[in-house]
Ligand binder design. Structure first.
Ligand code: BGC
Ligand code: BGC
Length: 848
C-alpha cells in the first residue's frame, strides 16, 4: 500500500507512518472555497505570445504519420511518467513510457552514492528498452526528467548553486544564464535529457515552505530570470537550441503556486484573474518567450479549482491563448487531487489539457489501463489524446531525441570531470558572493581584517548540508554530512583557508567556547533544511520558544567580543533580537556547496580594503513583526522592517537601529486552527480507515469496509458529514496532512480541540477521539460516555484539552492527524465543525 502514497517518501518512510497514511492515493479537495466561475471571464487579460520556435511543417507531417501508426496503448504510454523507484527496465520495455523521472532523493539502484556511471547506465538501459519494440511495438525514445533546481542536486559531487532566493538578490540575469548552462552540462554528463526548472513562483507569503525556490516577491526579476534560465538550459532559440550541451526545461508550477492563502503549500490562491496574470504568470511570459518546451501544472487551486483539472487555465489560457505548443506535465500525482479523481483514475486531467501524468508510486499501471478504457468508452476523445501525444513527440523531435545517439554515447555523457567542474564551482562561488545581503554593519565592522584572531561559531558554521537547504541530495536536504559534498566548502572552511593564508588564526567552535579570547566572532546560524510543505510556518519568528542562537550571540557580546552574524535561511524571518545582538548581520540565504564565496566578501585584503563589495539586494521585504508574513513591494500600506531592494554596500550608513523592538506582539500564529468547516480545511484531508485499509474521501458518498461517509445539509448545502461504523472491524475517520504540521502554537494549558458532533442510536463502550504524530505516536480520549449522554439527533460540541493528549505523549511539533475518531463497534456519528483554539472555549472533558 505504501507505494500508493501521494505524498512523500524519505521522510515519511523513516517515520514509518505507512499505516497512518496508507491510501493517500485519494486526496480530497482541500478547500472549502467553491470554484469562482465568474472570475474566469476575461481571457484578454492574457497576452498572445510570439514564441521563438516556429512549427515545422515537415516535422508536423512526420508526427501525423507517426500518430497514424500508433496503437492506443502506445499513445497512452507517451502520457505516463512513472518514477525510477516504481518501474523496472522491463516495465519500460513492455510499456514504452514517454518519459520517467527521479524524484528528490531517488537515485539509480536506490544508492545515494551512485556514481555518474550508474546514472548513465540507468539512462542507457531505459532508453534502449524504450526503443526496443519487441514487446510494445514502439521504438520512440523515452526521456528522463530530474529536479536539477540548484545545480544537478541529486548527484553526489555536483556543483550546488545558491537556491533561487539568493540568486534573486544577485539580480543578474547574465550570471543566471551561466548557472543554467553549467547545470545543463552536469545533467548531460549523467545522460539525462530534461530538467524540472525553473520555478517561477512569485512568493507573496513567506510562511510558504517553498519560498526559497522563488527569486522574488515581485514579478519583475522572475520574468527576466525565467527567460535567462530557459536560454541557459535549452540554448537560444536562434542558436544551439536543444543542442548537444542543452537540456529541455520546465517552467513551473503553473500557476499561482506562490500566492496561496496563508502561504500553505498546495493551497488555494484566492485572487482575481488580473492579479493571477500580473503577479503570478510573469515567469511564463518570460520562459515561454525564450522557448521553454514544457510547463508543469501546479498542486495549488485557483479560487477553489485545482489547476490540474482546470481546462480554462491549462487549455484555453496557456495553450490556446498564449500559444504554448510544448506539453504540460503534471506534478507528483497532482491529478489525484482533482475532486472525483484518484492517482490511478483521472480522465478529468487529460480532458482539462494535461498532456503527461506524473505518476510516481505503483499507480502508473492502473492509470495506464484506466486511460485506455476511458478513451475506448469515449470519456476522453481520441482527438485530445492525439493532441497530447503530438505535443510530446514535437518536443522530442525538437530536442533531437530521435536522431541523437543513445544517452551513453552523447558527447557529454560520461565526462565525469564536468560534474563539480572547477569552472562551474567558480560560477557558483561568484553567485554566492553576489547573493549576500548586508543588513547591518555597525562601525564598519566588516570587512574583517584577516590577520586577526577569529572565532567561527554556531551550528551552521561547518555544515554544507545546512547551507545548501532542501532539494540537496535528499528531497528534504536532511541527512547529509560534509563528506557528501566532495569538492565543496563550508562557510567555516572558506574563512579558515583565507585567514590562515593571511597570517591570522581561526578557532572553530559550534557552541562559542574558545581557548583564547578572539578579536571578533563570526556566528553562522539559521534554518535547518526543508522542502515543500514541510517548511510551512505559522508565523515568521525565528526560533520561537527556543532562542538558542540568540543566547550564543548574547553570550559572546557579553564578553565584549564584536559579533558578525551570518544568517542561513530560505526566507526573511523576524530576527529583531538577533539583529540587536549583532554588530554586523548578513543574510546569506542558502549558498550551496561553495561556502568560500562568503569569505570572499566578509574578509578584507591584507591592506584592509574589501576583496569584493556586497552586491545583493533584498528581493523579499524583511518583516517588522512575526505576523507581517505577506508584506510585498507595492502594497498600499507598505511598512516592512527593511524594504525590497535594501542591501548595504561597504561604507554605507546604517538604516537599522541597534534597539529594535523585541516584542513579538500577539502572535497571529493561529489562536485558532480550523480543521473542518463545511469541508476539510487545507492542509487537512479526510481519510477513512477500516482494518488495514484506508482511502481519502473524494466524493460525497463513500464507503470503505466497516465505515461509510456521506455529506448532508445541516445549516447550508452539504456542510456536514455522517459516518456510519457498522461494527464489523475497527474503523476510523481521520483528518490527516501530507506533511507533519507543527502545532506547538497550541501548547498552552487552555488549548482545546473542539468538535461539533451528533449521534443517532446506541454508542459502543469505546469511541476514541484523538490526534496522531506518527505510527507509534498517538493520543486519544474515550468519548463514548459523552456521546451516549447526548440527546439523540442534537448537535453538541465536545471539547478535549490538548494537555490531556500531550500528557499521553502527543508530540505537537509533528502532527500528522489532527483529529481521528475511532470505533470498533457500530456507531452513527455526524460531524459539522472541528477546530483547535488556544483559548478555552468551554469546559473540556476531564483527562483520562
Ligand atoms: C514538486 C515538483 C517536482 C516534482 C518531482 C513535486 O513534489 O512539487 O517541483 O518537480 O515533485 O520531484
Ligand atoms: C519525492 C519528491 C517529491 C515529493 C512530493 C518525494 O518522495 O522524492 O521529488 O517532490 O515526494 O511530495
Amino acid at each position: 500500500m505504501l507505494n500508493t502514497l501521494t505524498l512523500s517518501r524519505p521522510l515519511l518512510l523513516t517515520l514509518s507512518i505507512g499505516l497512518l497514511l496508507a491510501g493517500c492515493s485519494k486526496p480530497a479537495p482541500t478547500d472549502s472555497a467553491t470554484v469562482n466561475a465568474e472570475s474566469k471571464t476575461d481571457i484578454t487579460i492574457w497576452p498572445q505570445l510570439s514564441l521563438p520556435v516556429a512549427q515545422d511543417t515537415a516535422m508536423e507531417q512526420a508526427i501525423t504519420e507517426r500518430l497514424a501508426s500508433m496503437t492506443l496503448g502506445q499513445k497512452i504510454a507517451q502520457m505516463i511518467q512513472p518514477e525510477i523507484r516504481d518501474i523496472t527496465v522491463e516495465d519500460m520495455r513492455k510499456y514504452g513510457f514517454g518519459s520517467y523521472l527521479n524524484g528528490g532523493g531517488a537515485f539509480p539502484n536506490d544508492d545515494k552514492y551512485a556514481t555518474p556511471a550508474d546514472w548513465i547506465a540507468l539512462a542507457e538501459a531505459m532508453y534502449q528498452a524504450s526503443i526496443d519494440d519487441s514487446l510494445d511495438g514502439s521504438n520512440i525514445p523515452t526521456m528522463w526528467g530530474t529536479d536539477a533546481v540548484h545545480g544537478h542536486n541529486n548527484v553526489i559531487g555536483a556543483t550546488i548553486f545558491p537556491h533561487n532566493i539568493g540568486l534573486g538578490a544577485a539580480n543578474n540575469p547574465a550570471l543566471i544564464e551561466q548557472i543554467a548552462e553549467a547545470t545543463a552540462r552536469e545533467v548531460m554528463a549523467t545522460g539525462i535529457d530534461w530538467v524540472f526548472a525553473p520555478t517561477v513562483a512569485v512568493v507573496r507569503d513567506d510562511r510558504w515552505g517553498r519560498t526559497y525556490e522563488g527569486y522574488s516577491e515581485d514579478p519583475q526579476i522572475v520574468r527576466s530570470y525565467a527567460a535567462a534560465i530557459v536560454r541557459g538550459l535549452q540554448g537560444a532559440a536562434d542558436g544551439d537550441f536543444l543542442g548537444e550541451r542543452r537540456v529541455i526545461s520546465t517552467v513551473k508550477h503553473f500557476v499561482g503556486d506562490g500566492g496561496t492563502s496563508g502561504g500553505v503549500d498546495q493551497g488555494n490562491t484566492e485572487i482575481s484573474e488580473e492579479e493571477l496574470f500580473r503577479i503570478h504568470a510573469q515567469g511564463y511570459v518570460g520562459g515561454l518567450q525564450a522557448g521553454a518546451q514544457t510547463v508543469m501544472a501546479s498542486f495549488n487551486s485557483w479560487n477553489g479549482s485545482k489547476i490540474h483539472g482546470d481546462k480554462y487555465l491549462l487549455n484555453d489560457v496557456l495553450k490556446d491563448r498564449m500559444g504554448f505548443d510544448g506539453f504540460i506535465v503534471g506534478d507528483w500525482n497532482g491529478h489525484g487531487q482533482i475532486p472525483g479523481c484518484t492517482n490511478d483514475n483521472c480522465p478529468q486531467a487529460a480532458n482539462a489539457g494535461l498532456d503527461v501524468y506524473m505518476v510516481p508510486t505503483q499507480a502508473w499501471k492502473p492509470l495506464y489501463y484506466n486511460l485506455i478504457a476511458q478513451v475506448e468508452a469515449g470519456d476522453i476523445s481520441m482527438a485530445r489524446i492525439d493532441d497530447a501525444v503530438r505535443r510530446v513527440l514535437r518536443v522530442k523531435k525538437r530536442a533531437g531525441l530521435f536522431d541523437k545517439p543513445s544517452p551513453a554515447n552523447r558527447p557529454l555523457a560520461g565526462r565525469t570531470e564536468l560534474i563539480g567542474a572547477a569552472e562551474h564551482r567558480a560560477i557558483a562561488r561568484d553567485a554566492v558572493r553576489q547573493s549576500l545581503v548586508l543588513l547591518k554593519n555597525q562601525q564598519n565592522l566588516l570587512p574583517l581584517n584577516p590577520k586577526q584572531r577569529i572565532l567561527v561559531a554556531g551550528p551552521g558554521a561547518d555544515n554544507i548540508g545546512q547551507q545548501s537547504g532542501g532539494w540537496t541530495i535528499s528531497w528534504q536536504g536532511t541527512g547529509n554530512t560534509n563528506a557528501d559534498f566532495p569538492g565543496g566548502s563550508s562557510i567555516y572552511a572558506g574563512i579558515q583557508r583565507q585567514v590562515a593564508a593571511a597570517g591570522g588564526s581561526v578557532e572553530l567552535s559550534s557552541d562559542g567556547s574558545f581557548s583564547q579570547k578572539p578579536d571578533v566572532a563570526i556566528v553562522v546560524f539559521g534554518e535547518e533544511p526543508y522542502a515543500e510543505g514541510n517548511g510551512d510556518l505559522d508565523n515568521l519568528e525565528y526560533q520561537r520558544g527556543h532562542k538558542t542562537d540568540l543566547a550564543l550571540l548574547q553570550q559572546l557580546k557579553a564578553q565584549g567580543i564584536p559579533v558578525v552574524s551570518l544568517f542561513i535561511s530560505g526566507r526573511p524571518l523576524w530576527v529583531n533580537a538577533e539583529l540587536n545582538a549583532s554588530d554586523a548581520f548578513v543574510a546569506v540565504w542558502l549558498p550551496g556547496s561553495e561556502g568560500e564565496g562568503v569569505a570572499d566578501v566578509i574578509l578584507a585584503k591584507a591592506d584592509g580594503s574589501a576583496q569584493y563589495d556586497f552586491h545583493g539586494k533584498l528581493t523579499f521585504s524583511w518583516p517588522v513583526s512575526p505576523n507581517q508574513t505577506a508584506v510585498n513591494r507595492g502594497d498600499a500600506d507598505y511598512q516592512p522592517l527593511l524594504p525590497y531592494g535594501f542591501g548595504l554596500r561597504y561604507g554605507e550608513p546604517e538604516l537599522l537601529s541597534s534597539s529594535l523592538s523585541e516584542d513579538s506582539g500577539e502572535l497571529s500564529g493561529p489562536s485558532e486552527l480550523v480543521i473542518f468547516e463545511r469541508a476539510p480545511r487545507s492542509p487537512w484531508l479526510l481519510q477513512l480507515r477500516s482494518g488495514n485499509d484506508s482511502d481519502m474521501v473524494t466524493s460525497s458518498v463513500q464507503q470503505l469496509g466497516a465505515i461509510s461517509s456521506r455529506t448532508f445539509d445541516n445549516q447550508v448545502q452539504e456542510d456536514a458529514r455522517r459516518f456510519e461504523f457498522d461494527g464489523s472491524a475497527a474503523a476510523a475517520l481521520s483528518f490527516i496532512s501530507p506533511f507533519p504540521r507543527d502545532l506547538r502554537a497550541f501548547t498552552g494549558a487552555d488549548s482545546q480541540l473542539s468538535v461539533q458532533l451528533q449521534r443517532r442510536g446506541p454508542v459502543p463502550d469505546t469511541v476514541l477521539l484523538g490526534m496522531e504524530c506518527g505510527a507509534d505516536c498517538k493520543a486519544s480520549q474515550n468519548i463514548a460516555a459523552t456521546l451516549a449522554a447526548m440527546p439523540e439527533g442534537e448537535w453538541q460540541t465536545v471539547h478535549i484539552s490538548l494537555s490531556c493528549l500531550q500528557q499521553q505523549g502527543l508530540n505537537l511539533a509533528q502532527v500528522f492527524s489532527v483529529l481521528t475518531v475511532q470505533s470498533s463497534g457500530a456507531l452513527n456519528l455526524s460531524l459539522a465543525d472541528a477546530r483547535i483554539s488556544s483559548a478555552a472555549q468551554s469546559t473540556a472533558l476531564a483527562c483520562q
